[in-house]
Ligand binder design. Structure first.
Ligand SMILES: Cc1ncc(COP(=O)(O)O)c(C=O)c1O
Length: 363
């Protein structure tokens, strides 16, 4: 069994993917060619947002969003303490200071009730991650951001396709970022990402910034980066996006199977009313994590820990001297979380095999 079986997916769409790749190879426009603009139009339509802008990765998408918003050295940005490193790393790369906030124990997303006490005169914005595929509480987050005049970014690297109160992830904040890393719900065959915004001026600034700050050929208004989306990846994503709504239904089915088969064994994921998850991960809590992992490994069932340490424990941030007592839920989650194989092509038999092995490990 594989943690994410991309081969089964490729077999299903192989002919369509190859024909889209051939179109790009025959056309020869490999940088910002028509495949990129076609994909962007389809992404914008899917997310219900005016502008979708393809870029080189989910990390670069975060970087570009904050560059376009004008983040300056010394600015503070609120980030959840329990997320992938890139959420905070990009703040630091721009000379900003990530300010770590604790999470809600049921959703693993940033706890809006714990944000205001962390806001200072230097706070410029909030990055809320929609972790494991479930959107953070954007109604509350928007209220806080408006009250304190802060920017709000949704880091939707794991939640493309999720919904929050009937609205799509990537449409919930002034700018959102996502990742098309191969293992993500919508994955390319290499690194890729996108940004989403209804603000045309901000979209234009992002477009310029990802192309070395150029406003036209060799006229550089800003200092930017090379953060362009590869045309071949765009072609692959165009095909996969067509199948994505169906894949989301399959993911939902797999998650429901897990919920049923694992009930009573471990603490299964909580999706709050009003939310639908894109199930980037199926992550449970288990105090006996080590023994479950060991037992499953012996049966060739892969598992993963997202994430084994809160951000404030990372060596890169060790000099900040942040105490665990301010971030108890994040610390606790890092000792208990365990992710099982999750992808749209998983079968009920495979889910039952995983659950049976979990049951054996707990005997
Ligand atoms: C929450 C979060 N933010 C950002 C990223 C970065 O995305 P990428 O790997 O495409 O750079 C990831 C990727 O795992 C992620 O999970």
């Amino acid at each position: 069994m594989l943690f994410i079986d991309l081969r089964r997916q490729y077999e299903s769409y192989k002919d369509q993917i190859r024909s889209e790749l051939d179109r790009v190879l025959d056309d020869g426009r490999f940088i910002l060619g028509p495949a990129v603009s076609e994909l962007e139009a389809e992404l914008a339509k899917y997310a219900g947002v005016k502008n979708a802008i393809g870029c080189s990765s989910g990390t670069d998408a975060l970087l570009l969003a904050m560059m376009a918003l004008g983040l300056k050295a010394g600015d503070e940005v609120i980030v959840p303490d329990f997320t992938f490193f890139a959420t905070a790393e990009t703040v630091s790369l721009l000379g900003g200071v990530p300010v770590f906030v604790d999470i809600q124990p049921d959703t693993f997303n940033v706890d809006p009730d714990k944000i205001e006490s962390k806001i200072s005169a230097r706070t410029r914005g909030i990055i809320a991650v929609s972790l494991f595929g479930q959107c953070a509480d954007f109604d509350e987050l928007t209220q806080i951001a408006r009250k304190h005049n802060l920017f709000l970014i949704e880091d939707a690297a794991q939640s493309f396709g999720a919904t929050y109160k009937g609205r799509k992830s990537c449409s919930l904040s002034e700018i959102a970022t996502t990742s098309f890393y191969p293992a993500k719900p919508l994955g390319a065959y290499g690194d890729a990402g996108a940004l989403f915004t209804n603000d045309d001026a901000l979209a234009e600034r992002v477009r310029n910034t990802l192309n070395h700050g150029q406003i036209s050929t060799y006229k550089h208004r800003y200092v930017g980066i090379n953060g362009r989306l590869d045309s071949l990846q765009a072609a692959i994503l165009k095909v996969k996006l067509r199948h994505f709504p169906w894949e989301l239904q399959l993911r939902q089915k797999v998650a429901s199977w897990y919920d049923k088969e694992l009930a009573g064994l471990v603490s299964t994921p909580c999706v709050r009313p009003g939310n639908s998850s894109s199930w980037a991960q199926y992550t449970v809590r288990a105090r006996q994590r080590l023994s479950i992992q060991k037992h499953l490994r012996e049966r060739d069932i892969p598992t993963a820990v997202h994430y084994p340490a809160p951000l404030h424990h990372q060596e890169a941030y060790s000099t900040m001297g942040i105490c665990d007592e301010h971030l108890p839920e994040s610390v606790k989650a890092s000792t208990e979380v365990l992710s099982f194989p999750m992808h749209p092509f998983l079968t009920l038999d495979e889910v039952r095999t995983v659950a049976a092995a979990v049951g054996e490990a707990l005997q």
